[in-house]
Design a protein around this ligand. Structure first.
Ligand code: PSV
Ligand code: MN
Ligand code: MN
Length: 424
């Protein structure tokens, strides 16, 4: 499904007068406004290939129809999102859920939508029909060398797929761990896992990064071998300069101070990237910013402060990705909401007066420090995100245009009411 520039232009023409009114107050601080808009235009958030269909839960799945049936259709869906918001310019593939059979053609197709390939993801948490060994008791941590080797070989294969597509990073998430006390020797599990990661790391091209994603629990419920940022940091440090920690917002124990984790990892130069989502209880994979928008802002506040302190480029020096699952919403609508929530938190963080904040901290002025952050958080920056989209050729209100064009109905016509996307 292709969206023409004329369609977007006519949507924008209908809304531009109101948009200019909303933008008017921002012209008081032209320089800051322009900087934020430029940064927003540059900021791209990758879409995971597995989030384009309904994920459901272990209790059921309720597909809404028109789900992409193959990788080509997934790329087309991300192309559509990107045409609408101009902020979803990359796709992240999970192998073997999405194996590019003809990488050259897939690359060309993505290119035709202006999409790049973000991190490639390996999967050693499920058994595939044709595989020799089982991951029931883990992959890289496994007591059996043959299982570990199979997992290592798979990761190296994923790197090869990524090279063919022009990807520059590998994300390794392991479900390895144990479900009962006594099941696992923690130290041996760590060492075996490190050994496997080292073999994978050795196969990384020079200009690649490796992201070690941690998760507190699930599917194992007693211990997870890469269970928190501390162990991920340890693996990444032992692996070397191309290895980094990846923070998935849903992978913490309740009430963890994620912004502090982010600040410290950044300070150490070991923060690699993000999986954005939101949650109330566990790894709920809900729309970014839907439950704890203030937390999302506080995370971006640390990101902006920390990246600026290290002279990092906001748009390119970390991996920005959504990792979500959809049960009751149209996945494309949900992804549009997530991208916008991330942009808003980023724009609000750019508003923070950092000199004033440091002065308040130095003076132990707790009230003023809090005021400075909340002033930024309570500012409505939606006109800036809309302006960034407009300038980049996107729609002023992507969700409204998506609905006005009845895109989901068109996808159902094209792909059927019962099409199912691959993924969790
Ligand atoms: C695991 O919960 C995870 O967050 C990892 O990033 C996986 O690759 C992804 O979800 C699979 O849905
Ligand atoms: Mn994740
Ligand atoms: Mn997860």
């Amino acid at each position: 499904m292709n969206l023409t520039t004329d369609t977007i232009a006519s949507h924008n023409a209908d809304r531009v007068a109101r948009h200019r009114q909303l933008l008017a107050p921002w012209t008081d601080s032209v320089e800051q406004t322009e900087t934020i808009i430029e940064k927003l235009v540059a900021f791209q958030i990758a879409i995971p290939s597995w989030a384009l269909g309904t994920g459901g839960t272990r209790f059921g799945r309720f597909p809404g129809g028109g789900e992409p049936r193959n990788l080509e259709e997934k790329i087309s869906d991300v192309g559509l999102l990107h045409a609408l918001n101009r902020a979803s310019g990359a796709i992240s593939l999970h192998i073997p859920w999405d194996i590019p059979q003809d990488p050259k053609a897939i690359r060309q197709l993505a290119d035709s939508y202006g999409l790049a390939f973000d991190a490639v993801n390996s999967n050693t948490f499920q058994d595939q029909p044709d595989q020799q060994e089982s991951y029931k008791f883990g992959s890289l941590q496994h007591v059996d060398r043959a299982v570990r080797q199979q997992a290592i070989d798979h990761n190296i294969d994923v790197i090869r797929h990524g090279v063919d597509l022009g990807s520059k990073s590998l994300t390794v998430w392991l479900s390895d761990g144990s479900s009962f006390p006594g099941q696992l020797n923690f130290r041996k599990a760590f060492e075996r896992t490190l050994g496997g990661l080292q073999d994978i790391y050795a196969a990384l091209p020079d200009d690649w990064k490796m992201f070690v994603e941690y998760k507190a629990f699930e599917p194992n419920f007693y211990s997870t071998t890469v269970g928190d940022w501390g162990s991920s940091y340890l693996y990444a440090s032992k692996l070397g300069p191309k290895a980094y920690t990846l923070v998935d917002l849903g992978h913490h124990l309740p009430n963890a101070n994620i912004e502090q984790i982010v600040a410290i990892l950044l300070m150490e130069g070991k923060l690699g990237g993000f999986h954005f989502n939101d949650s109330k209880y566990g790894d709920d994979d809900l729309t970014a910013g839907s439950i704890k928008p203030y937390q999302l802002f506080l995370i971006f506040n640390e990101l902006v402060g920390g990246m600026d302190a290290r002279g990092m480029n906001h748009a390119t020096d970390l991996g920005w990705m959504i990792d979500a699952s959809h049960n009751v919403k149209d996945p494309l609508e949900d992804l549009l909401q997530s991208v916008e929530a991330i942009q808003l938190a980023y724009a609000q963080a750019l508003l923070v007066d950092r000199d004033a904040l440091e002065a308040a901290r130095d003076a132990n002025d707790v009230v003023q420090a809090q005021e400075l952050l909340q002033d930024a958080f309570r500012t409505d920056v939606r006109p800036l995100a809309a302006e960034a989209r407009r300038r980049a050729g996107g729609a002023l209100h992507p969700l409204a245009l998506y609905r006005n064009l009845n895109i989901r109905d068109q996808l159902i016509q094209e792909r059927g009411a019962k099409s199912i996307a691959t993924g969790l």
